[in-house]
Write a protein that binds this ligand. Structure first.
Ligand code: PLP
Length: 441
């Protein structure tokens, strides 16, 4: 066997590549540095997640303090640690829906798996064990564990893994650019999507559907912002069929859209909200599944029948990430990070707007500190997907790290970014775009 270039089975990577991965070794503010000493503006905050940037001393101190005091105590069998309890109370305080309880895990995927299990347990405790099916969007991303992966619509998450498809149903992507809705007004498109959604429920049998899960803005599916009125209409249908609504706020939670939760901003009334990433600014892994009053009460009722509620992980409520999360929330509130996002977001919007009507651009969209430029690869004679990757490479040359979903390049910088830094980021991106599009091939 030739000597391996990387012994790590790299997540979400092309495993056949025999080149060394890009190795990041340091970070400060909104920038990271690689092993060759080159610095980059991080246009996607790690994985949409390092909301407070790479050098927040208060988070390091919170972790160190907690490590010294109590490095671990779990939360099984009605015994827990003080930090997990306090963080749960903090979250109930700021939650955008009348809250019952908070469940802690370690990742966005396990938060969604937990939410799906809680939805089924809810129906089971009401005497409806046949309600197991989960509806999600064909362009939704909810993680890669068995249940969250099954609810994720993106084909490459399914290929080869034998995920569950029987109990998972896929609704149309609420993409205003969907080819089937071309030429429709926004409200006609919502009508069309609702008809599809109703049909899906009817075909599945409403009495077999447990929950619907959606991101308020669909991130990894290509930064899709559903048409106005979409969720309001959808919620009427869900309520009519007693189907629970799980809002996946793993990307949008804790400030990214310019509100603490997109749930409030978009007028959603979910039964369960899943969060992770920005909860600890990703300094340590932690997720929180916020369970609304009605579902919490049913979980307690169900557990009465059995004794133990059989769900949870060794690291549920781990005190060190919980301490970091408490400090993150304190900073987000003290510095009014959602307000800061609202103040600087116009810089991103202006930068994106300049791409409207460009030769190789199909669409630009954004909200808060989320942005996307969707390229039209064919317009400049390229294969689908190639233009996004080419612009990413050119951006890297110009000291900017971004991500692309197909031909959509997305922006999700740390939320502490200033207006000037956003202008600089967009200048680098614009230059990278022209490097690619203007150069003869
Ligand atoms: N949900 C959403 C909306 C996400 O964007 C992600 C990850 O990017 C997840 C869930 C999964 O989170 P994790 O990678 O922490 O399992």
């Amino acid at each position: 066997m030739p000597e391996a270039i990387s012994h790590m089975l790299e997540p979400h990577s092309a495993l056949y590549l025999d080149t060394r991965p890009h190795v990041i070794t340091e970070g400060s503010g909104i920038e990271v540095r690689d092993e060759d000493g080159q610095s980059f503006v991080d246009g996607v905050a790690g994985l949409w997640s390092v909301t407070l940037g790479y050098s927040e001393p208060r988070l390091v101190e919170a972790a160190t303090r907690q490590m010294n005091k109590l490095p671990f105590y779990g939360s099984f069998n009605h015994r827990t640690n003080d930090v997990a309890l306090a963080l749960a109370a903090d979250l109930v305080d700021i939650a955008p829906i009348p809250m019952g309880k908070v469940f802690f895990g370690n990742s966005g995927s396990d938060a969604n798996d937990s939410a799906i299990k809680f939805a089924r347990y809810y129906h089971w405790s009401q005497g409806r064990p046949e309600r197991r099916k989960i509806i999600s969007h064909s362009c939704g991303y909810h993680g890669t564990t068995l249940a969250a992966g099954s609810a994720t619509g993106l084909p490459h998450i399914h290929h080869g893994f034998g995920l569950d498809t029987g109990d998972f149903l896929s609704a149309h992507c609420p993409n205003p650019l969907h080819p089937s809705s071309r030429g429709m007004s926004e409200s006609e498109q919502v009508d069309w999507l609702m008809e599809d959604f109703e049909n899906l429920i009817e075909e599945a049998g409403p009495e077999t559907v447990a929950a619907f899960i959606s991101e308020p803005i669909l991130g990894a599916g290509g930064l899709i912002i559903p048409p106005a009125g979409y969720f309001a209409r959808l919620q009427e249908i869900l309520a009519r069929h007693d189907i629970l609504f799980i809002a996946d706020e793993v990307i949008t939670g804790y400030g990214r859209t310019g509100s603490m939760f997109a749930t409030t901003e978009f007028g959603l009334s979910p039964d369960i909200i899943t969060t992770a990433k920005g909860l600890s600014s990703s300094y340590l892994p932690i997720s929180a599944t916020l369970v609304g009053e009605r579902v919490s009460a049913a979980l307690a009722e169900g557990s009465k029948q059995i004794g133990t509620f059989g769900h949870g992980f060794t690291y549920s409520g781990h005190p060190v990430p919980a301490a970091v999360a408490r400090e993150t929330l304190a900073i987000v509130r003290e510095r009014d990070i959602p307000g800061h996002v609202r103040d600087v977001a116009p810089h991103l919007a202006r930068g994106l707007d300049k791409f409207r009507g460009s030769e190789a651009v199909r669409d630009v969209r954004g909200h808060g500190l989320l942005g996307g430029v969707e390229f039209d690869a064919a317009a400049v004679g390229r294969e689908p997907g190639q233009l996004g990757q080419a612009v990413l490479r050119a951006a890297k040359e110009r000291g900017l790290l971004l991500r692309a979903m197909g031909d959509t390049v997305v922006f999700a910088p740390p939320l502490i970014i200033t207006g000037e830094q956003i202008d600089d980021l967009m200048e680098r991106f614009t230059a990278a775009y022209h490097d690619v599009v203007d150069s003869p091939r």
